[in-house]
Write a protein that binds this ligand. Structure first.
Ligand code: HEM
Length: 406
């Protein structure tokens, strides 16, 4: 692994320069040793490969997330700086916006995905989890990614949004494109964008009011137009945010939880003994695996961070996954512990941009893990897990397992 060097020219002094590429396949395969290097090198590092600053310690990641006026999102939360480069798609009205614009769109999505709305969908989500477990118990041996982590959210989320049945096969490829596009111009990003046209066409069409079933999250967003809260041109873009961020994230979140519970049988047993731990077991998987590994910010002014001075207009890469395992913040950070006090983890972000869909994710995770724990005695990994590579998302492509009924 690369060692830190202290450059005498180029970049501010006292900031360690590292030649780590956090968007390389080798890094994705096992990021943890490099996370250690990044955290230990200093509170702020400089990554020569992409000419960006990086923060991997919990304290600095948290500080950047909670100072949105200095570390802005409107210049893009990927490597590309929207002030200098044309974005690959019209920017998100929520993720890639700063206050006050962000405040208005955020209020709309917070209401569409509120605790009251979660109460309304809970029975449906729970029933679908039971049905999924029925199918898995019939199969006994299956791929926990395709047949569980993907199949379950696909069986509820598109319907909850009110999507048409046709074209849903574009949803995961579109999300994968969006998350690859936050990365640098590497092969993952370039190939994703080259193949994006059919997925983008589907999404644009599906976000229109007439294509969203009444009562779904999508229709609820459009209904805010009638109240004068957003315009008719903004509504489809806010629906797009749910299509971009609402599916592949939970696929990787549920995949992470099942992978943890299959790898750590003592934790599985604890969950079996007390299925009410399901919600925390999911939350701890989000901390432990951090399905969303990184996001960028751009500085709006010169700023001091962790003793380092960063100039205006610089990209800062936040390693959420490294912060979630920072030993300066967490006791036994590399242990998956379903009774841990997980609050404060940054797997859903922190501050004004903290995941607006976190209640949906937690609901899915909770009802799925609870159904598994009540009805399955044992989950065994029966084949080599394969990793899926993405510039932002961490997760598996396949996880062969065999289950024993309770
Ligand atoms: C385990 C699943 C999920 C994870 C790990 C996750 C992670 C995150 C993170 C880290 C952020 C912060 C982005 C930033 O600070 O720049 C975020 C924001 C966001 N998430 Fe999630 N998310 C998940 C599920 C969902 C779901 C289910 C939805 C929609 C139903 C969703 C919609 C959004 C949106 C729209 C934002 C932007 C919020 C804003 O900028 O104010 N996410 N998510």
């Amino acid at each position: 692994m690369s060692a830190a060097s202290f450059a005498s020219t180029g970049g501010p002094p006292a900031i360690p320069h590292l030649d780590v590429d956090p968007f390389a396949i080798g890094f994705f395969a096992d990021p943890f040793p490099t996370h250690d290097v990044l955290r230990d090198a200093g509170p702020v590092v400089y990554l020569d490969k992409w000419n960006v600053y990086g923060v991997a310690r919990y304290a600095e990641v948290h500080a950047v997330l909670n100072d949105p006026m200095t570390f802005c999102s409107s210049r893009g939360v990927g490597l590309s700086d929207f002030k200098k480069e044309k974005p690959w798609r019209p920017p998100s009205l929520i993720l890639e916006a700063d206050p006050p614009a962000h405040t208005r769109t955020r209020a709309v999505l917070s209401r569409v995905l509120s605790p009251t709305v979660m109460k309304q969908v809970r029975d449906r989500f729970a029933a679908a989890a039971e049905e999924r477990v029925d199918l898995l118990l019939e199969k006994r041996s299956f791929d926990a990614i395709a047949d569980l982590a993907e199949a379950y959210p696909l069986s509820i989320f598109p319907d909850a949004l009110g999507l048409r049945p046709e074209g849903r096969e574009h949803l995961i490829p579109y999300a994968s494109l969006v998350f690859n596009a936050f990365g640098p111009p590497n092969q993952l990003r370039q190939e994703a964008i080259e193949r994006s046209a059919p997925h983008q066409a589907y999404i644009a069409e599906q976000c229109q009011r007439e294509n969203l079933a009444p009562g779904g999250f999508g229709a609820c967003i459009h209904a805010r137009v009638d109240e004068g809260e957003i315009t008719a041109t903004e509504a489809p873009l806010l629906v797009r945010s749910l299509l971009s961020a609402g599916l592949d994230t939970t696929v990787n979140g549920i995949g992470a939880a099942v992978y943890c519970l299959a790898r750590f049988p003592d934790q599985w047993q604890r969950l079996r003994d007390d299925p009410t731990l399901a919600r925390n077991a999911f939350e701890e998987a989000v901390r432990f695996e951090s399905p969303v590994q990184t996001f960028f910010r751009t500085t709006t002014r010169e700023v001091e961070l962790g003793g380092a001075v960063i100039g205006e207009g610089e990209k800062v890469l936040m390693f959420l996954g490294a912060a979630n395992r920072d030993p300066r913040r967490w006791d036994k950070p590399d242990t998956y512990d379903i009774t841990r006090r997980t609050s404060g983890h940054v797997g859903f972000g922190s501050g004004i941009h903290m995941c607006v869909g976190q209640l949906v994710a937690r609901l899915e995770g909770e009802v799925m893990l609870s159904a598994l724990a009540r009805r399955i005695a044992k989950i065994e990994i029966t084949g080599e897990p394969k990793r899926r590579f993405n510039n932002t998302l961490r997760g598996l492509d396949s996880l062969p397992v065999t289950i024993t009924p309770a």
